[in-house]
Structures are given as C-alpha cells and as structure tokens.
Design a protein around this ligand. Sequence first.
Ligand SMILES: Nc1ncnc2c1ncn2[C@@H]1O[C@H](COP(=O)(O)OP(=O)(O)OP(=O)(O)O)[C@@H](O)[C@H]1O
Ligand SMILES: [Mg+2]
Length: 249
Amino acid sequence: MVSATSTTEATATAVRLVDVHKTYTGREPVHALRGVSLELRAGSVTAVVGQSGSGKSTLLNCAAGLDTPSQGSVIVSGHDLTSLRPDDLTRFRREHIGFVFQAYNLIGHLTARENLRLPLLLSGRAPDLVWEASLLDQLGVGALADRLPGELSGGQAQRFAIARALITRPAVVFADEPTGALDSRTGAGVLAALRETASALGQTVVIVTHDATVAAAADRVLVLADGLKVDEIDAPTPEQVTARLLARR
Ligand SMILES: Nc1ncnc2c1ncn2[C@@H]1O[C@H](COP(=O)(O)OP(=O)(O)OP(=O)(O)O)[C@@H](O)[C@H]1O
Ligand SMILES: [Mg+2]
C-alpha cells in the first residue's frame, strides 16, 4: 500500500530529495549523483542546468521514479518512492507523475491521439474527451490528432508528448531537455505551452535545459556539477544563469 508521510508536506512540498546518490555499476562505477537534497514547492517551476554529464538526467529519472537511487530517498506528493514495491511505484508514477523526453518517444504506428491516450489505457481509465480537447487546444495541435507521429513536425510531436504527459493531470511533470531537438523559436513556443498548461492545473514542473533564457523563465534554477547541487538561484535572470554556469566551468 502507498501511504502518505504527512498531509501538510504533501500540499506544501511536491518533491523532496534527501541525500540522493546514484552510482552506475559497470566495469568502472560512475558516481552520477553524489548526495543531492532539494525541496520543490507545489506549483513551482524549476529549471535544472549544468554541464553535460553533471547528472541532470540521472537526477530527473530518480526524482520521477524511472530509476532507483543507490542511496537516499525521493518523496513525491508525500509518498516515498524509494519504499514502494515495483508494482506500486509503476501505478504511482502513472497516476501522479508526467514525463516529457527529449526525443518525444511517440509510438510510430499509433496516431497522435492514440499516443496521448496511452497512459490512460495503461491505467484502465476512460478518456475525458472534454479535457483532452482543451489540452490539445491549449497546446495548439487539436487539428493534428489523427496524424501519425511521422507526419508531424518536431514541435508538433513534442506538443503531443506534452499532452501525453499531462493527460492524467499528474501533480508533477518532469521534462528532460524537452526543447533540445527543436529550433529556439519552436522550443520557446512549446515551453510556453507547457508552462501555461501546468500553471492552469497548479502542477509542479521540473525542466532540464541548456538554455539560460529557458532556465530564467523558471521560479528557481538548480545548478548541478559533478553529481552535486552546487548552486540555487531564485527568480533568476538569464544573465545570472549564464554567469553561474560559466563560473562552474
Ligand atoms: N546507464 C548508465 N550507465 C553508466 N553510466 C551512466 C549511465 N547513465 C549516465 N551515466 C553517467 O552518469 C553521469 C551523469 O549522466 P547524466 O546523463 O545524468 O548527465 P546529464 O547532465 O544529463 O548530461 P547531458 O547534458 O549530456 O544530458 C555521466 O558521467 C554519464 O556518463
Ligand atoms: Mg541528460
């Protein structure tokens, strides 16, 4: 069974990481995260920045329950993911967490609409047609829903991937470089759509980005270096983000 650690915490803090370590074991162990603690307020937008290999994707995957920390705990909406059994974790993730990948990950032989309904299908829920239409409308892709992913532009495909992440109305949405494969103007439009939709739903959003302008649109920026959180900037400006990133090189 899934049990809440505290109701107050669940409402005020959406995501909490306590001393999260992740070591990939292989021929040579890689310490991708070396003790990260953080607390994200419900309804906030956080950007995660840092050099390639600093541990951004690992952090996101651990926070979203897609990967398991080697040590430490991850608490989402008051539930400790690290203490859930695999089945319960999968169920919890489907219901409470949305994830947007850089490479969209739409299934090629399903239409855009079938793709976005997939999370509902997997959790045995019927589509809410009114909600689906309003989501597609907000993302500006309502007219394209019967196309196959291969018939969409990158920006359009990513809007469907966002719709798919939001269709279950998850409390927290993680996006790992969601605009990395798009030109900057298309990327900005996609991000604005994500922000607007998430803010209308009061969702907590965490975005990994390499773009200082994108990061500066967040409420807070977390800077990672070598598997550690080395800086936190509240109400950032693009100049501050760039300066702190350069300071870490
Ligand atoms: N599955 C894996 N097995 C072994 N090492 C891994 C694995 N995934 C990531 N790593 C290593 O962990 C470290 C952190 O990787 P991660 O993907 O989190 O970085 P990142 O900040 O997302 O980088 P990028 O900006 O290039 O996406 C890197 O040294 C990487 O090589
Ligand atoms: Mg990455």
